[in-house]
Ligand binder design. Structure first.
Ligand code: ADP
Length: 180
């Protein structure tokens, strides 16, 4: 599995699956969530509402992941995951790593080969960017080998891009793409 970094908008990515930094309601929000629903159209919200009526009556718990259609996005799937709100002194880091592990498990079940992640929890949920990047890389490395060939981190601005580049600095085989 190779890890790549792109500066850009996750809704533009031509991958099998894009990851949504959702909230547990699964009914939309700001940031990445708003962008994915805006660009992906009503099919994604309809699929989320269907999930709320069936297996996720109380919403999606923090650290877990679930897939829906990608709607009008270039990606076939959206995998929704709920990051933890940054709330020291509680140590919620394993919830953040779990988002990456669980998302990759769901992706593997779908036979996904390419997947794009945003910086989960690093926006409205307030996680410090340097640690959000470290936990992301750890979570990806904890995942079992699977069909997934490329994990692409898609970072919206330079600060977040640089934090992920630093977190990956000691990793072999990392390819950093030009700005998207
Ligand atoms: P959370 O609620 O998990 O913190 P946010 O969506 O608020 O999620 O932010 C997560 C990260 O995604 C932030 O770094 C934010 O700048 C970034 N982001 C926002 N919109 C996009 C987008 N369209 N593509 C990629 N990253 C985005």
């Amino acid at each position: 599995m190779r890890i790549t970094l792109v500066r850009g908008d996750i809704t533009d990515q031509e991958v099998d699956a894009v990851v949504n930094a959702a909230n547990s309601s699964l009914l939309g929000g700001g940031g990445v969530d708003g962008a994915i629903h805006d660009r992906g159209g009503p099919a994604i919200l309809a699929a989320c509402k269907a999930l709320r009526r069936t297996g996720y009556v109380d919403g999606l718990p923090t650290g877990q992941a679930v897939a829906t259609t990608g709607g009008d996005l270039p990606a076939k799937w959206v995998i929704h995951t709920v990051g933890p709100v940054y709330s020291p002194p509680l140590d919620r880091t394993d919830f953040l790593r779990s988002c990456y592990r669980e998302t990759l498990r769901v992706a593997a079940d779908l036979g996904v080969r390419t997947i794009a992640f945003p910086a989960v929890s690093a926006g409205v949920y307030g996680w410090p960017v340097a640690d959000a990047a470290r936990q992301a890389v750890l979570g990806i490395r904890q995942a079992a080998p699977s069909s997934v060939e490329e994990v692409r981190f898609v970072l919206f601005n330079e600060e977040v891009f640089d934090a992920f580049r630093k977190a990956l600095d000691d990793g072999g085989g990392v390819r950093v793409s030009p700005d998207a």
